[in-house]
Write a protein that binds this ligand. Structure first.
Ligand code: SF4
Length: 390
């Protein structure tokens, strides 16, 4: 969260397409094409309508530009603003911006539990020490590491098994890794790089990812530039298909029915996936047996798709625990998505992913409004079950 001095805010940002949105406007009805920054107003600090607008812009409409809070903004509101989707704020007159920035950077914890941090502050402090209450700015001691990094007794063997599976995959070639920018996939890409294996990496940039995920994608792009044997390919959906679908069904169609949700996944994920896998002998995924009941039997090498689409699927982390994944991340300083620090174990598109609470299933935050049985996007559903080409 960046705090902007009033004088800087009033200096015109030349060349930037800024939209000033009235706090009575419905963002869903506003044309956001080409907009780089949206200024939302708080006429009084007690008027919270701009929070809803920011949330809608980020979580429902996937707006990825800057969202700025202006008007009667208090220091106390900054953390909540950040959680609602704001990137920057101009504080009310008379407040020193530099001092406010220092305060914000020093301490940004919430007292009450909520959807993002289900446990209240005292419980979080008791569970993992006061240091976890300080803001995580991508530091290696992030909350997800503190909470999860715990190697299982079999970690060394599991690591060897993963490396052997990847080496076998590379020998099968050409093979590509599906990197969803989640913790498991970042570990696998790190292993591919460390072993210098000729396995390309692809990311499905669906156009609906969280800003944090997109920032990690930038980081991954820079990282893979140094590993030419594992080039990164970013696959995006056909723009026209997305526009037509959204015009016809609306931006929130996925919540209306499973069919519409699968249609959205079909356009944004399955079609680009088919392009990513064209000409490949196999693909590498981050599936683990522990992730869900449906994945309990995941093998290291899955040949069940060979008949339907002549592809082997390699799951090098099949036997890893969640603690193993985070132990590896901590050990090797692997870049990870900061959403993991906010109780998002499984991260997908922004409209279809939420944080989970203590005791909830690992994938409870994905398509949470649907029945358990439907909770796959099709990427890992066998062709004979799904009945549609992927
Ligand atoms: S996960 Fe949600 S937003 Fe992403 S492609 Fe599927 S339905 Fe669409």
């Amino acid at each position: 969260m960046k705090i902007i001095a009033i004088a800087d805010h009033l200096t015109p940002d030349t060349g930037k397409n800024v939209l000033k949105m009235d706090n009575t406007a419905d963002p869903r009805l506003v044309d956001l094409g080409g907009v780089e920054r949206i200024d939302l107003t708080f006429p009084k600090f007690t008027d919270g309508r701009a929070y809803s607008q920011a949330f809608l812009l980020r979580r429902r409409l996937g707006f990825q530009g800057e969202i700025r809070a202006t008007g009667d903004v208090l220091i106390d509101q900054l953390v909540q603003m950040q959680r609602a989707g704001f990137d920057s704020a101009v504080l009310r007159e008379g407040v020193d911006a530099a001092d406010a920035q220092r305060q914000f950077d020093r301490f940004s914890a919430f007292y009450q539990g909520d959807a993002v941090n289900p446990e209240p502050l005292f419980a979080r402090a008791g569970a993992s020490g006061a240091s976890s209450l300080l803001p995580d700015r991508g530091a290696r001691s992030g909350r997800a590491i503190e909470l999860n990094a715990k190697a299982s007794p079999a970690f060394a063997e599991r690591l060897e098994e993963a490396i052997a599976t990847l080496a076998f995959a590379a020998a099968t070639g050409p093979v590509t890794q599906a990197n969803s920018l989640g913790a498991e996939d970042m570990v696998i890409t790190h292993l591919i790089n460390a072993q210098q294996l000729p396995i390309s990496v692809f990311v499905l940039e669906t156009g609906a990812l969280h800003p944090q995920t997109l920032a990690l994608l930038d980081q991954l792009q820079a990282q893979q530039a140094a590993h030419p044997q594992a080039p990164l390919h970013i696959l995006r959906p056909q723009a026209e298909a997305v526009v037509q679908f959204v015009e016809r069904e609306g931006a929130e169609a996925m919540y209306r029915s499973i069919e519409l949700r699968k249609a959205c996944c079909g356009i944004r994920k399955m079609e680009p996936l088919a392009r990513a896998l064209a000409g490949q002998k196999g693909w590498v995924t981050g599936l683990r047996r522990e992730q869900s009941g449906a994945r309990a039997e995941v093998p290291l090498v899955d040949a069940s798709e060979q008949a339907s689409r002549d592809l082997l699927k390699f799951n090098p982390l099949a036997s890893w625990s969640w603690g193993d994944v985070w132990h590896y991340i901590q050990l090797h300083n692997v870049a990870y998505n900061p959403l993991h620090d906010q109780f998002y174990p499984s991260i997908g598109c922004a409209p279809c992913t939420r944080a989970i609470s203590a005791g909830e299933d690992f994938r409870a935050g994905r398509w949470w409004w649907e029945d358990e049985a439907a909770k796959e996007c099709g990427l890992h559903v066998k062709q004979q079950q799904e009945g549609a080409p992927a």
